[in-house]
Design a protein around this ligand. Sequence first.
Ligand SMILES: Cc1ncc(COP(=O)(O)O)c(C=O)c1O
Length: 378
Amino acid sequence: MPFDVSWPVYDDRERDALTRVLENRQWFNGEETRAFEVAYAAFQGAAHGVACTSGTTALEIVLEALEIGPGDEVIVPPYTFIATATAVLRVGATPVFADVDESWCMAPAAVEAAITPRTKAIMPVHFGGSMAHIDAFKSLSDAHGLHLIEDACHAWGSASKERGAGTIGCCGVFSFQESKNLTAGEGGIIVSNDEALAARCRSIVNCGREEGAAWYHHINLGTNARLTEFGAALLLAQLERYPEQLATRESRAAQLDAGLGAIPGITPQPTPSEMTRRSYHLYCMRFDGAAFGMSREAFLKQAEAADLPIGAGYPIPLYEQPVFQKFQGRHDYAACSCPATEALCREEGLWIQQTMLLLPESEIAALIDGVKAIQAKT
Ligand SMILES: Cc1ncc(COP(=O)(O)O)c(C=O)c1O
């Protein structure tokens, strides 16, 4: 079977980790979680880590910890997973969509234009692990007194000028769901250099408790979003293997950049020159039907027939999802228009999943040849 990668990856390290937790009989709120928080925060270059159940809950908890709620606006991209925007809705605030640019991330000019007196935060997504425009967002958020929340759910290990994703804004949020490069099936973490913010997040994750205080003492409106010890132990094992996988993905992505990038009509997502490491959750390409010689739909049909692991990605911008179209708040999502995102969804976007970037070089070469063969028929 070509282009086949077993995922998630595990070996005796994960087996031993799970057995260790099982036999310890400490299945929640223990040493594995603390150890993973410290190890992951250090890996990103952050002072604090607060583990939780998912990237989605991590986003909601950060927004709650920053006291963002009804009447407030948060600027988000429309080209991302639904949770980036619905986390804002779930705390009672309003997501305002700012279009992406050729980086596949939000365009600074679109973000600036979306700022109103109600804006409380800018929440860029490091799409596919690419930390585009992070310095521009930092300047904008500083100039306007806004929180900069990094949705780094694709960016484990990504760094810009050696600064880890999630450490440039007030905090960063990561997902460990099963499709992710670092996974325990489900899980998430918030990293921050702000001790007080991290403590508020930790309290919310743990039923509003105060660190070190009595178990039935609750100082904040919290929830139970604790990662299990099994999840933390798995993640500790996965993190050990991760730097090697990251290097492999970077190398395969460079091979794809050279091979696919030379084909007329295919433009790989750029990596900003300031980036010193990139996770590659997705390998993204912009497809130009006129230059390639066929529509994206025709290309995808042929790619599928040739078993090439290439997909179209998100089918519609987030504001076209029913949850937003039927939204009865102050914002009229039916009137939203983000042309660059619409073009990516409707005719330009192509994705290769991160697991494919673990294939041997020979299979990456076969993938490139497969795309060339489709074009040769036009
Ligand atoms: C950009 C982005 N943000 C947030 C999330 C939510 O993470 P989780 O699935 O762990 O809730 C995802 C998951 O796909 C994501 O891709």
